[in-house]
Design a protein around this ligand. Structure first.
Ligand SMILES: [Zn+2]
Length: 304
């Protein structure tokens, strides 16, 4: 005996239920009467039944089993225009073959979980989850109004083997957008679409040239601000080059001195609190005069 209300979908009558270890499969039909008019020509009350077809829809899992619902869907034919069409299905999204309530669940779940795991959990294929998610994102984007920030931040994040372009509102410490790529064309086209671009006063960025180029061409009035971290970092990069260049034509002992404890060179002198570290630094400065000079220049550059 199948409980009449087991699906909690009042527009459908359950005809049959099959159960396996992980799945329920219902067979249902609608309780509502067939449509009164032809959706193709608009003729009223001149239709007749023209066969049925089982169509599968997925629903929210029940009792830790995935739920599939076969709807025995009525096809109608119009005497006037000979057009055929299926009956309307309440509670179902006929494009995505899921119930409306499962659709809502998938939208939220796919914000947190992978498409594959959502698909696996409810029984639909991964592509359906992806499509529902993409529609949902477009829907959210259409509802959300982004205000162009006064202080715009252009940055990147390394995701799935690629640098992704990240746009931030520096003043309000929030991420506005993430794009797949960060090349100049992408940045230019993104900036060009921003509303009220005149309101941007400052653009914070690292030293990635395409950002500078794009900002200069789209918002030339904005001042570019580079975090000093990106500037002083260059001094350490040069110091490293000199350290590595020194490796040629040196004795084994000198080689060892160059390769070990590189951090004593890269740290600021005032941050080198350990006395042993201070000795290690002095040894290297005394042993390699060029490296010593480079170290002092690095320290002076940081002081600026
Ligand atoms: Zn018709």
């Amino acid at each position: 005996m199948i409980p009449i209300n087991m699906l909690n979908l009042s527009n459908f009558k359950i005809l049959n239920l099959q159960e396996s270890e992980n799945d329920y499969r219902f067979l249902v039909e609608t309780k509502s009467p067939s449509p009164y008019y032809c959706p193709k020509c608009g003729t009223i009350a001149n239709l007749y039944k023209h066969g049925k077809k089982n169509q599968l829809f997925f629903d929210l899992p029940m009792h830790a089993k995935r739920v599939g619902i076969y709807v025995k869907r009525q096809r109608n034919k119009c005497r006037e225009c000979s057009g055929t069409f299926f009956e309307n299905l309440p509670d179902m999204d006929v494009n995505r073959s899921v119930t409306n309530r499962l659709m809502d669940w998938i939208k939220e779940a796919s914000l947190e979980k992978t498409f594959t795991s959502v698909a696996e959990e409810v029984g639909v294929d991964e592509k359906t989850v992806r499509n529902i998610f993409n529609d949902y994102v477009s829907e959210l984007e259409a509802q959300t109004e982004f205000r162009t920030p006064k202080w715009l931040g252009l940055d990147e994040v390394h995701l799935l083997k690629n640098y992704r372009f990240v746009v931030t509102d520096v003043e309000n410490k929030s991420v506005i957008d993430i794009l797949r790529k960060r090349n100049k064309d992408v940045v230019i086209s993104y900036l060009s679409k921003l509303k009220d671009i005149d309101k941007v006063e400052l653009v914070a960025m690292d030293m990635w040239n395409p950002y500078k180029g794009a900002v200069n061409s789209v918002i030339p009035h904005a001042k570019i601000v580079i975090d000093n971290f990106h500037v002083v970092r260059l001094a350490n990069e040069v110091l490293e080059k000199i350290r590595k260049a020194n490796r040629q034509n040196v004795s084994a002992k000198e080689y060892w001195q160059l390769m070990r404890y590189r951090y004593v060179l890269l740290k600021r002198r005032e941050d080198l609190n350990d006395f042993n570290d201070q000795i290690k630094l002095q040894v290297r400065i005394d042993m390699f005069s060029l490296l010593g000079q480079a170290y002092e220049l690095k320290e002076q550059f940081f002081d600026i």
